[in-house]
Design a protein around this ligand. Structure first.
Ligand SMILES: Cc1cc2nc3c(=O)[nH]c(=O)nc-3n(C[C@H](O)[C@H](O)[C@H](O)COP(=O)(O)O)c2cc1C
Length: 258
């Protein structure tokens, strides 16, 4: 396995959900966001923006809008990473053009730009010893977040990110064996169940699912019980509808997704 100091740092990543009260300086936030800006962006269009929230009241309001996750109120900084087609709208007007922003492609470009930038920023933050956690729950109540952060038309919150100093060690989580996600030349599902089993065992060993048991597929709860692992957890999760109002909120912000 090839490694180097950058890869070693990446392997130490773990989402941090417990922070000390120590602040993060504005200079540090700027350096982290500026590092995110070094990322590639589609056609160098840089279709993303970040709102950095540090005021305790506003963070508490965000926490309430994002499923009452306590680490949002606790972390000294909350970054709202946004897909942003509004800057180019203003630039187009300035230059005497009309931006076409109505297509799924336009939204996809901006979301991919934002996602790549936020992950580069995450690595920069972790290199400074900070902890971070993405907050997809920023999309639980997108219109309220848009109002709170005064996001203009054509700006949409893609993910939040808590930033702060970890209050305790956070061990990295095991990931799927790489053979489960890396396909050489063509997509190939052969033998993938062995990788899933291996990963279930690794995740169960972390203790994360302690106390959970589940009936084997097709069995009544009282019949043969099998261990609850990542495959069960994930299959249950994707069996549910999440954020069905998102499309309507996107349309309201000007992303018509034709
Ligand atoms: C886009 C995105 C949204 C996420 N949203 C949340 C969230 O709202 N709350 C939370 O505690 N963790 C959130 N996470 C963190 C994931 O749960 C976490 O990355 C995953 O469990 C893997 O753990 P790790 O980051 O420690 O490797 C999110 C992660 C991503 C990439």
């Amino acid at each position: 396995m090839f490694t180097n100091p950058v890869i070693e740092q990446i392997y130490q990543h773990a989402s941090v959900r417990a922070y000390t009260s120590e602040p993060v300086s504005p200079e540090m936030v700027e350096a982290i966001v500026a590092a995110g800006q070094r990322s590639s962006t589609s056609s160098n269009l840089q279709m993303f923006s970040v709102v950095a929230v540090t005021e305790a009241d506003r963070r508490a309001q965000l926490a309430a809008l994002c499923g009452n996750q306590k680490h949002i109120a606790q972390a000294p900084v909350f970054l709202a990473w946004c897909a942003d087609l509004s800057r180019l709208e203003r630039i187009s007007t300035w230059r005497g053009y009309t931006q076409v922003a109505d297509y799924v492609e336009n939204y996809t470009l901006a979301v991919v730009d934002a996602a790549i930038a936020m992950q580069t920023a995450a690595i920069a933050a972790e290199s400074l010893g900070l902890g971070m956690c993405y907050i997809g729950a920023i999309r639980n109540n997108p219109l309220e977040v848009i109002d709170l952060l005064q996001l203009p038309r054509l700006v949409f919150p893609v993910s939040g990110m808590t930033l702060g100093w970890p209050a305790r060690p956070h061990p990295p989580r095991p990931k799927l064996p790489t053979r489960a996600i890396l396909h050489w030349e063509q997509y190939n599902t052969e033998g993938e169940e062995s990788a899933w089993r291996e990963y279930d065992a690794a995740m169960i060993a972390t203790g994360i699912y302690q106390g959970r048991q589940v009936a084997a597929p097709g069995q009544a709860q009282s019949r043969e019980m099998v261990e609850y692992g990542w495959t069960e957890h994930s299959a249950r999760r994707v069996a549910q509808v999440h954020r069905p109002g998102l499309r309507a909120a996107l349309e309201q912000q000007g992303f018509t997704l034709k």
